[in-house]
Design a binder for this molecule. Structure first.
Ligand SMILES: Cc1cc2nc3c(=O)[nH]c(=O)nc-3n(C[C@H](O)[C@H](O)[C@H](O)COP(=O)(O)O)c2cc1C
Length: 172
């Protein structure tokens, strides 16, 4: 396997959700690279239905933080990216949501590759209308997730997965 191929696989396996951050800001170049990685996700018909709101300012960030029980993660993250689905661009809800998932995974992997850490926050969706309001998002934008990112406080996170034998239900 090529070195690049190995690096991609290594990143997929080593990436973890990072929920605690140092105070250091995320460099503009890194933030840009994360957004670019999201932008280059695949989407059905290449309709690119994702829209981003990037929030560093503590006032708005704290207002958004108050919409989830994971508020401390958002408060302590130097930057968050709210990821919206533009329903005006939508042609098939399931496929568009899948594309948004790919977009978030790209951002996860980009953050990891840059030595940063992020976490995909979904619990906040219970208040998605309020978050859209705080961010003055257009009516057609629907919140899909908030991605919090920063310099990891530590990298010792562990995670588990079901074994392949549990999830492959048929092999013919
Ligand atoms: C759709 C989705 C929603 C998630 N929502 C949250 C959340 O609200 N809060 C949180 O701390 N982590 C959240 N996560 C992160 C998962 O908890 C995490 O990916 C999972 O436990 C596996 O851990 P790992 O990412 O470190 O491998 C979410 C992940 C996904 C894909």
């Amino acid at each position: 396997m090529s070195e690049t191929g190995q690096a991609v696989l290594d990143a997929i396996f080593a990436r973890r959700s990072i929920r605690q951050y140092l105070e250091d800001p995320v460099e503009d170049d890194s933030l840009q690279a994360i957004l670019e990685a999201g932008r280059w996700a695949p989407s059905g018909l290449n309709n690119q239905p994702w829209r981003f709101a990037v929030v560093k300012g503590p006032e708005v960030k704290n207002e958004i933080a108050a919409q989830t029980r994971y508020r401390e993660i958002i408060r302590n993250a130097p930057v968050i990216i709210a990821v919206f689905l533009d329903n005006a661009e939508s042609y098939d809800r399931v496929k568009d949501c899948q594309a948004i998932g790919a977009c978030l995974q790209n951002m996860y992997l980009a953050a990891h590759a840059l030595g940063l850490g992020g976490v995909w926050l979904g619990e906040i969706l219970k208040n998605k209308e309020r978050v859209a309001e705080i961010l003055e998002a257009p009516d057609s934008y629907e919140l899909m997730a908030v991605f919090a990112v920063g310099h990891p406080k530590n990298r010792q996170q562990k995670s588990q997965r079901k074994s392949l034998s549990e999830i492959i239900f048929k092999e013919l």
